[in-house]
Write a new protein. Sequence first.
Length: 326
Amino acid sequence: MSGLGPVIDALNLANEIDGRALYRWRMYSWNGRPVPLAGGAQCAADCAFSDAVSCDWLIVVNERYQPFADYRLFLASLARVAQRTPLVTGIHHGIWWLAMAGQLHGYRVAVNWEAYQQFSEQFERTVATQHIYEIDRDRATCAGGQATVDFMLAMIRREHGPELAERVADVLGASTLRGGDERQRIPFVTAPGERHPRLNDALKLMDANIEDPLTTDEIAGHVGVSRRQLERIFKQYLNAMPAKYYLGLRLAKARSQLQRTSKSVMQISMACGFSSAAHFSNAYRERFGMTPRDERRNWIERQHGSAPDVVLAPRAATRMESPERG
């Protein structure tokens, strides 16, 4: 339900708030049987998934990838349906099914941190990221969990404008709308069930010291490793050096404040640990392709509807299809 619930909630609310049937959906499992959920509950399926499925938006929802008896037949059907569907989405481990069906080659794919290393190694023709979601042409992927709410709000905004997305967000209690380029909460494990306490401690220190950033040497000293050891850990598991990753956290915090608070650019710059407005502006432009002032201006315009961020022309009704959990 953590994968499916936010999808259905967002679509239901969009319909209720707008007063029109903006979305219609059907639920599919591979064999048409109810899908087992955590805790012993079940989700009823409307019918079995097959080549006959036709929709505007196909969403593959899966909490844990695990091949089943007829999975090769499912992959073949999934590939054929996906190839003729205008928008195809994978949520959480739903991306595995799409990747196995050859539907993510050459696309940016948001991979849940738990499976990131294995996925990126197995599917080398994809561009795996640790962003909370990715919308790349006719493919969209989401890391799952809380990110599913952010993703669905982004899709509602994309099809029906910012005002409706904001109203849905208010009902869902999503006070801060995260962009797709925001990174997931940092992975504190190096492999399923295996913790790396030094990485865990270092990331907690970074998160707790945004306004007054620590140096890499200071972080290494606090967690009890050498600077070189810390750099190796970050490079191996996060594919980034500590200083660069730390800068990304601070810039993400700044972006959230630019979009969601009335603080001045200078106040945000200081609150996120930048010694000068020029340094902040340069770092921000390099990361996001615009200055902090441009970010604030664009956000205000979108909020007032003068620059609607609608890329995909909405149809009278959009249907969502969801195959069975593996």
